[in-house]
Design a protein around this ligand. Structure first.
Ligand code: ATP
Ligand code: MG
Length: 212
């Protein structure tokens, strides 16, 4: 199983991989339940807030993390200040995080944050989403909860363009370990900057929203 390796970090309850939290929860299962419920609420809130003028910029991305997890974690919405790796994959060095993130979102701005994708072929949309998602996976900017917020971010972009949220159910199981296709895709993103596996996962999971 992959556990994070930190140079230094005190976000965890000593001797555990349970993050210190505002509710004082020390039991992993309960914390996961609370996180799942907060994420579910976040989906409802952010979907309801989508507007034509919504900009999927860095401030928006950070605000998703901040607003989803602020009731639980002090570091919600804040980029990490320590280097992190997972399962042997080293994510972006903390000292380059701000600069790399800004570079990535500037590039996204040049593509109007993928806001024009409703008219694109699905393959092109999946390719551009995979490109940016792969970069955010390699960035891994927050201490924790990167995967869920990154997928939320791209689900909102998909919904903005008339699609439903991306269906990852075939590729990301409960365990979220190296046996999952999504984690395999993440590994090649981080280690080889290769987004081809992720592109296929997104293409397979992307469906036009059902009309009521
Ligand atoms: N061995 C690995 N190599 C590269 N990237 C990985 C590896 N394991 C996980 N990842 C990436 O890190 C993400 C998990 O990061 P984090 O634990 O901060 O987020 P999470 O929301 O708690 O997790 P999850 O995505 O499993 O729900 C995964 O979604 C995946 O993209
Ligand atoms: Mg995690």
């Amino acid at each position: 199983m992959s556990r994070y390796q930190f140079l230094e970090s005190d976000i965890y309850i000593p001797g555990t991989d349970i993050p210190k939290n505002r509710l004082g929860v020390t039991e992993a299962d309960l914390l996961h339940e609370i996180e799942a419920s907060l994420l579910q609420q976040a989906y409802q809130i952010f979907i309801a807030e989508l507007q034509p003028a919504t900009r999927f910029d860095e401030a928006y991305f950070k605000s998703l993390h901040q607003r989803t997890w602020a009731s639980l974690y002090d570091w919600a919405g804040e980029y990490r200040s320590v280097d992190m790796s997972k399962g042997g994959s080293l994510f972006c060095r903390a000292e380059f995080l701000e600069k790399e993130s800004q570079r990535l979102f500037r590039q996204m701005e040049q593509e109007d944050y993928l806001k024009q994708a409703a008219d694109w072929p699905k393959e092109k949309f999946a390719e551009r989403m995979a490109h940016y998602q792969c970069e955010l996976i390699a960035l891994h900017p927050f201490y924790e909860l990167n995967g869920r917020i990154t997928r939320l971010f791209f689900d909102l972009i998909a919904m903005y363009n008339g699609y439903g949220p991306v269906d990852y159910s075939q590729t990301l199981g409960e365990a979220a370990d190296e046996t999952n296709a999504y984690i395999q895709a993440s590994i090649v993103c981080v280690r080889a900057a290769d987004n081809s596996m992720l592109r296929q996962i997104i293409l397979d999971g992307l469906n036009k929203a059902e009309t009521p």
